[in-house]
Design a protein around this ligand. Structure first.
Ligand SMILES: Nc1ncnc2c1ncn2[C@@H]1O[C@H](COP(=O)(O)OP(=O)(O)O)[C@@H](O)[C@H]1O
Ligand SMILES: [Mg+2]
Length: 361
């Protein structure tokens, strides 16, 4: 059941990829998700472009990507709501094409947009799903109340869903995906519309769900959510995988370090910002509120080079610290239009001088 995942660095695209060692053939007997070469076109537009994904049972796999990356298309394809143009996938051990019915019985799905029936009450929505899943009346009723209680919807259990607030609808939608205690749970941006307290409770629940053996695919735009929940991450852009790995791998192998530089004054901040950009350091981010610059660097050599430039040009700084990059920094760099990971020297934003003599190692 446990899969070995190998990591390799592709020199051609200079991106980190994981080479799943699991053959699709072996995957048919597993409970998670194994998808290979998924392609989905809408007319001439390619929404999924040869995407691979592996999710082990009992883990949360975060799928990150900017709007339009193809996250919802991926979820719809794996949950059999959308027919693929090419590729194959096994979900809970069943082929999504030839065994769509079995897949549907084994999964839970919480869509990006609430998919509850407006004309039914919260209770009726959940009860109906339970009955559709072949539960007895008693079992379906008990499960519906269990979920309503869990998501703090008991007081509104018998009100029609169209009178629910946005947050209440999201919670009901989540409950709808959970009725059957699914083997594989698809959560497409589940936190949208939730207040911080409900979001935290949701995170606890997602952890519990995974701990009980369910494979969870979680799409999100909240880095914090991915950081808190996901054991593995896939970052997508334009329907393709940019990078797969654990959070630590992403940070360590792509992020290097981030230098945080605090100049002595605001004007010094602006001048140093311009100077570093002209010096061809890969990325320089300026935080005007805190009067800080952050500079992702590959390693000690590049860090020393930055310090030398600052010193030799006579800039005055209060402090220079180094820290691990935040997942936000990693994510932004990975999904930026430059398309290169942190640490790769850019010079492609149109503002940087082309002549040599920069800092980059
Ligand atoms: N039914 C559809 N017809 C045409 N284009 C679509 C359809 N569904 C999605 N797309 C396009 O596919 C791309 C990926 O969409 P989506 O999967 O919703 O991205 P995400 O969930 O990452 O924001 C977008 O450019 C979107 O406009
Ligand atoms: Mg989406």
């Amino acid at each position: 059941m446990h899969r070995k995942l190998g990591c390799l660095f592709s020199s051609r695209r200079r991106i980190l990829t994981m080479a799943p060692q699991l053959e699709t053939r072996e995957a048919t007997g597993t409970e998670g998700v194994v998808a290979r070469g998924l392609i989905k076109r809408f007319g001439k537009f390619t929404a999924l472009n040869g995407l691979d994904l592996t999710i082990a049972p009992g883990t949360v796999h975060g799928v990150l990507g900017p709007n339009g990356a193809g996250k919802t298309t991926l979820v719809r394809a794996l949950s059999t709501l959308l027919r693929l143009d090419a590729g194959s996938a096994f979900v809970a051990g069943h082929d999504i094409t030839s065994e769509a019915g079995k897949v549907r019985r084994a999964i839970g799905l919480t869509g990006q947009y609430a998919s509850v029936d407006d004309h039914l009450s919260g209770f009726q929505n959940l009860y109906l799903i339970g009955r559709l899943l072949d539960m007895s009346r008693k079992r379906a009723r008990a499960r519906a109340y269990e979920l309503l209680e869990w998501l703090d919807l008991m007081q509104s259990a018998h009100r029609v869903a169209r009178t629910y607030s946005g947050g209440m609808r999201r919670r009901l939608d989540l409950a709808a995906g959970m009725v059957g205690r699914p083997q594989v749970l698809f959560l497409d941006e589940p936190s949208t519309g939730l207040d911080p307290r409900t979001r935290n409770e949701l995170w606890d629940e997602i952890r519990d769900i995974a701990a009980s053996g369910t494979a969870v695919l979680l799409t999100t735009q909240y880095m914090e959510e991915a950081e808190k929940l996901a054991q593995a991450l896939t970052v997508m852009k334009h329907g393709s995988v940019v990078v797969v790995g654990t959070l630590d791998m992403l940070k360590a192998q792509l992020g290097g370090q981030s230098m945080v530089i605090q100049p002595v004054s605001y004007s010094e901040l602006i001048t140093l910002h311009r100077y570093l950009i002209a010096s061809k350091v890969v990325e320089v981010r300026v935080d005007l509120d805190q009067c800080l610059l952050s500079v992702p660097v590959k390693g000690d050599e590049q860090m020393s080079a930055v310090i030398r430039v600052i010193a030799s040009a006579g800039f005055s700084v209060h402090s220079i610290e180094s820290r691990a990059p935040t997942l936000d920094e990693v994510f932004l760099t990975l999904t930026s239009e430059y398309g290169e990971p942190l640490g790769k020297v850019a010079g492609s934003n149109g503002h940087r001088p082309k002549e040599k003599g920069g800092l980059a190692s």
